[in-house]
Design a protein around this ligand. Structure first.
Ligand SMILES: N[C@@H](CCC(=O)N[C@@H](CS)C(=O)NCC(=O)O)C(=O)O
Length: 293
């Protein structure tokens, strides 16, 4: 773990030692060309706003770049393949320090960056994804309402449930250090998967026949399951393929070219297997599994 505390970088400090974490609450306004999204192709949370940008066709309205796949104890880095297009920074810490020289908190992706004020607008993936899906719609080429007004409250509730029981829970499974902790996390995760599989036996997407923001919250975890979570995180109580409806749903979503192009399996594998030395000490990246989609 690694944190910034009053602007000073501690690569090996436990996050629980932090007395508080600063947040960014700059005013948000959609504006063509003004903002940049720093993300990582590996991170399921950063995948949310990246999916919204691609599905809605916001690519001309906002620029996007990824950090490097390999993460070391000193945090997210940039390299030749994935450089910082705005400032040529060496790592993400520099950007947080540039935005707020006395920042205290984790240095995470995604980051929504204001190119005009050289500032972080937000670093919360749920809030960024919601913002792009709603207030940025006028700038979108594909003007699909991912959050119809009549469903907004329900979508927010389901997104939170997905975050707690699926998107984050799979990390609790993978990072458990005691059997009982693993067993409990695995049970909660796979109960949630069963519930979702059942829901999707009745409906094409989570809310009927139209894709909503909730689908773009669930998908990032599903597309990482076979290549990473089943092996690296031992999230294999039941293979994803055996959840017939969830699997059909995942394939349906990725049949959209704008969604499929956001998925980079090789980058994901390199990131997870190489970077999590506490669960894969030699950083060996497995050859498989072969992904059939
Ligand atoms: N608040 C964040 C958390 C995102 C998050 O946990 N990102 C991970 C990568 S998947 C990260 O950057 N971790 C770095 C760290 O915790 O030091 C969000 O949901 O936007």
């Amino acid at each position: 773990m690694a944190v910034l505390e009053k602007g000073i970088w501690y690569p090996n400090k436990e996050v629980k030692d932090l007395s508080h974490e600063d947040s960014f609450e700059l005013p948000k306004v959609a504006e063509q060309g003004r903002y940049h999204l720093y993300m990582s192709f590996a991170c399921p949370f950063a995948h949310r706003p990246y999916l919204v940008i691609n599905y809605l066709g916001l690519n001309d309205a906002i620029t996007v770049s990824s950090v490097a796949a390999k993460r070391y104890s000193n945090g997210w880095l940039f390299d030749d393949a994935n450089s910082d297009p705005l400032y040529g920074s060496q790592n993400l810490v520099e950007l947080y320090q540039r935005a707020n020289p006395s920042y205290t908190g984790r240095v995470t992706v995604p980051v929504l960056w204001d190119k005009q004020d050289h500032a972080i607008v937000d670093n919360n993936s749920s809030a960024i994804a919601m913002e792009l899906a709603t207030n940025w719609l006028p700038l979108a080429k594909n003007k699909v309402e991912l959050v119809p007004d009549s469903l907004r409250e329900e979508i927010e509730k389901l997104n939170e449930w997905l975050h707690v029981n699926v998107n984050r829970k799979v990390y609790h499974v993978g990072f458990a250090t005691e059997q009982a902790e693993y067993d409990l996390a695995s049970e909660i995760l796979f109960d949630a998967m069963e519930q979702l599989d059942c829901r999707l036996s009745q409906t094409r997407y989570l809310y009927g026949s139209n894709i909503t923001l909730s689908d773009l919250f669930l998908l990032p975890t599903l597309v990482r399951f076979e290549a990473v979570y089943e092996v690296h995180f031992k999230a294999n109580k039941k293979p994803l393929k055996a959840f017939e409806n969830l699997y059909r749903y995942m394939l349906d979503l990725i049949s959209h070219e704008s969604i499929k192009k956001t998925i980079d399996i090789e980058y994901m594998k390199l990131h997870y297997y190489f970077s999590h030395k506490h669960i894969n000490p030699h950083g060996i990246v497995p050859a498989g599994p072969a992904i059939s989609w």
